[in-house]
Unconditional design. Structure first.
Length: 407
């Protein structure tokens, strides 16, 4: 079991590292070749498509993963779950397609660039079919890591090879769509031909069950996206674009440090969901908390050097901000473990949603107080984010107290 945890942890880490590196390689190139305006149009189109991807995923990466983990040794039940998940996601895809067409035809700016939008929507086909939930459930994340990493590397090569001038901008969504679909097809070849999982006709009852079971998880993901977008819009409106750039880079740095903790929660999830090993969860919380505290201490000591590395120049005003922001590592670590490996495992999805909702309410309330005081600063915004994370974490501890306090 220990070796499997290590294998899955490093598989997800590889996948995450590749995911972070590819944009760092391709985005500067695309900006230079396509121009900032065209590149901005692509990013805007991409951001809209991500909402549809969120809807199609519908929290399945947690809810369906749990059932895959529980029934992974029962081939018939496994085939039923896989077939139902695919059918449900295809249904959500066609609902998304109808909504997307309406938006493109009714919103002038989207209609003006409808070819780009329709091409970008092709990305959702691969996302619909990609069975990340299956491999996470059977605890064989090396397959998705290898497949996705290989395709992303190929995508990067094709971008440099094919995108040569501004008129090539329509080829960008085509490359994204091809890469996404290729990943999904290779993944399904493993499921169907190597693992011998067979497809069967799903029942409406099972499809409704999985949708209902995933509603709270879908809403939880949606609330997180809403909070992220509110922050950027608020900073841009009240502080300006320079502060948006400062905040974005600080957040990206902190998110990189948070990534291993999220990966730990994902790796532990299938095992804990299957055998309810809450002793393992408690030990993971203790060890990861100690590591998070050590990381925060390192950031405090080297905050000057970190700011110099990130921004290329010393900035005394940003030094306390990165330390304050670093406290979110601790809150995000515990929230992730408590959400996936306790509340979801216990079927308390609605309580997970409540914790996120309360955190969002606290955040919006604090932003309103900042607006009322006319004292908007990055420091106050970051502190507001931390307090919302703290509210989320404490609420999850409260909802899982019956398990956490057991000896």
């Amino acid at each position: 079991m220990k070796n499997k945890f290590i294998e899955n942890f490093f598989s997800l880490t590889l996948l995450r590292v590749i995911t972070l590196i590819v944009p760092l390689l391709t985005f500067p190139y695309l900006i230079r070749v396509l121009g900032s305006e065209t590149y901005g149009l692509i990013i805007w189109s991409w951001s809209i498509i991500t909402f549809f991807i969120l809807f199609i995923n519908f929290g399945f990466n947690l809810s369906v993963t749990k059932y895959i983990a529980i029934h992974r040794d029962d081939k018939d039940k496994l085939s039923e779950i896989v077939s139902t998940a695919i059918a449900t996601r295809l249904f959500l895809f066609f609902v998304s397609l109808i909504l997307f067409i309406l938006l493109v035809e009714l919103i002038p700016k989207m209609h003006e660039n409808r070819i780009l939008f329709y091409l970008f929507f092709g990305l959702t086909i691969g996302e619909t079919l990609m069975p990340m939930w299956y491999f996470q459930g059977i605890e064989k994340m090396k397959y998705t890591a290898i497949i996705t990493s290989a395709v992303k590397i190929l995508f990067t090569i094709l971008v440099f090879w094919i995108i040569k001038e501004q008129s090539d901008y329509l080829k960008v969504p085509i490359l994204y769509a091809i890469a996404s679909l290729a990943s999904a097809l290779v993944a399904y070849s493993i499921i169907l031909f190597k693992d011998k999982v067979y497809l069967q006709k799903p029942t409406i009852e099972n499809m409704i069950f999985y949708i209902k079971d995933s509603v709270a998880l879908f809403l939880s993901d949606s609330l997180f996206v809403v909070q992220s977008n509110i922050t950027i819009l608020f900073i841009e409106h009240y502080l300006g674009l320079s502060e948006v750039a400062y905040f974005d880079l600080l957040q990206k740095f902190i998110n990189i440090l948070i990534t291993p903790f999220h990966i730990l929660a994902k790796v532990l999830y299938p095992h804990i969901a299957r055998v309810k090993d809450f002793i393992l969860l408690k030990n993971a919380m203790i060890v990861s908390t100690l590591i998070a505290v050590a990381l925060i201490a390192v950031i405090y000591v080297f905050k000057y050097n970190i700011i110099l590395l990130l921004f290329g120049t010393a900035n005394i005003e940003l030094e306390p901000l990165i330390f304050i922001f670093s406290l979110s590592i601790l809150f995000a670590n515990l929230s992730s473990l408590l959400g996936k490996n306790l509340l979801v495992v216990l079927g308390r999805n609605n309580r997970l949603l409540i914790s996120i909702f309360l955190g969002l309410i606290v955040y919006i309330t604090l932003l309103y107080m900042i607006i009322s005081s006319e004292q908007a600063t990055l420091e106050l915004i970051i502190i507001s984010i931390l307090l919302s994370y703290l509210t989320d974490m404490v609420t999850r501890i409260y909802f899982g107290r019956d398990i956490l306090w057991q000896k």
